[in-house]
Design a protein around this ligand. Sequence first.
Ligand SMILES: *[C@@H]1O[C@H](CO)[C@@H](O)[C@H](O)[C@H]1NC(C)=O
Ligand SMILES: *[C@@H]1O[C@H](CO)[C@@H](O)[C@H](O)[C@H]1NC(C)=O
Ligand SMILES: *[C@@H]1O[C@H](CO)[C@@H](O)[C@H](O)[C@H]1NC(C)=O
Ligand SMILES: *[C@@H]1O[C@H](CO)[C@@H](O)[C@H](O)[C@H]1NC(C)=O
Ligand SMILES: *[C@@H]1O[C@H](CO)[C@@H](O)[C@H](O)[C@H]1NC(C)=O
Ligand SMILES: *[C@@H]1O[C@H](CO)[C@@H](O)[C@H](O)[C@H]1NC(C)=O
Length: 241
Amino acid sequence: MAMAMAMTMLFSLLLVRAAKAADDSGAETEAEALLRWKSTLIDATNSLSSWSIANSTCSWIGVTCDAAGHVTELDLPGADINGTLDALYSAAFENLTTIDLSHNNLDGAIPANICMLRTLTILDLSSNYLVGVIPINISMLIALTVLDLSGNNLAGAIPANISMLHTLTFLDLSSNNLTGAIPYQLSKLPRLAHLGLGDNHLTNPEYAMFFTPMPFLEFLSLSRHFTVFAFLKWHRSNGSR
Ligand SMILES: *[C@@H]1O[C@H](CO)[C@@H](O)[C@H](O)[C@H]1NC(C)=O
Ligand SMILES: *[C@@H]1O[C@H](CO)[C@@H](O)[C@H](O)[C@H]1NC(C)=O
Ligand SMILES: *[C@@H]1O[C@H](CO)[C@@H](O)[C@H](O)[C@H]1NC(C)=O
Ligand SMILES: *[C@@H]1O[C@H](CO)[C@@H](O)[C@H](O)[C@H]1NC(C)=O
Ligand SMILES: *[C@@H]1O[C@H](CO)[C@@H](O)[C@H](O)[C@H]1NC(C)=O
Ligand SMILES: *[C@@H]1O[C@H](CO)[C@@H](O)[C@H](O)[C@H]1NC(C)=O
């Protein structure tokens, strides 16, 4: 019995080895990357119990794959996860377009290497306990349409380089501890429909945004006392032309 079990284990080990060897240069796979990140987390309610090599990666909770079996989405909102984002980055994620880790207990800083996930279109880290500054390199995520960092404890200034993210439609940095002036460059984001900056400690909330028209803007919140909802677009479509 014990002998049979030992043989089975040895055989599985060899299989894993063989699979790895077949997987070219020994580079980390997406499954290995996700498990490496999981090993740094506290998953008190076992939200990630399906994350095991016994299950196929594409069946793991919160993981979506494309037809080729590559991970395209990581959606774990409200999964009661504690830990940091430090071990999340991997070069294995070549097709990852969505990260939604909102409403968890993530703390620590947003690692600058998140900027290497160049295929991301949605990055939602809202309602966690993230600290530190918004890394300037986030402006290298040039495919982003949604960037939601609201409801954390991020400090420092809003990097003007965020204005390099020309495809952004949704930018929410509200309810943090951000300071300094709102960079006027944000008003140059051509597709922005939602801009939330309220509930921070920014110095020029009421004036910053009106240098250039923002044709798609439907929601604008700059401070606790200054929220415009669906007004600007209405105004433009009804105003003099
Ligand atoms: C996947 O993991 C879960 C939780 O550990 C387990 O209950 C389930 O049987 C596994 N599914 C497969 C197909 O192995
Ligand atoms: C996944 O990424 C690789 C590397 O960039 C690329 O060659 C491949 O076409 C992508 N797959 C899809 C379905 O986009
Ligand atoms: C997870 O983080 C929350 C918020 O910081 C905290 O209240 C809770 O005790 C943490 N849970 C564990 C298991 O560490
Ligand atoms: C951040 O951007 C700078 C300048 O573009 C670059 O030198 C640096 O390597 C980047 N950091 C990471 C982690 O990609
Ligand atoms: C930030 O913007 C400046 C000026 O546009 C540019 O020179 C610099 O490379 C940008 N840095 C990053 C990390 O994108
Ligand atoms: C906000 O940032 C300031 C420094 O800019 C710091 O003194 C303060 O403790 C921070 N507040 C919170 C709630 O972290």
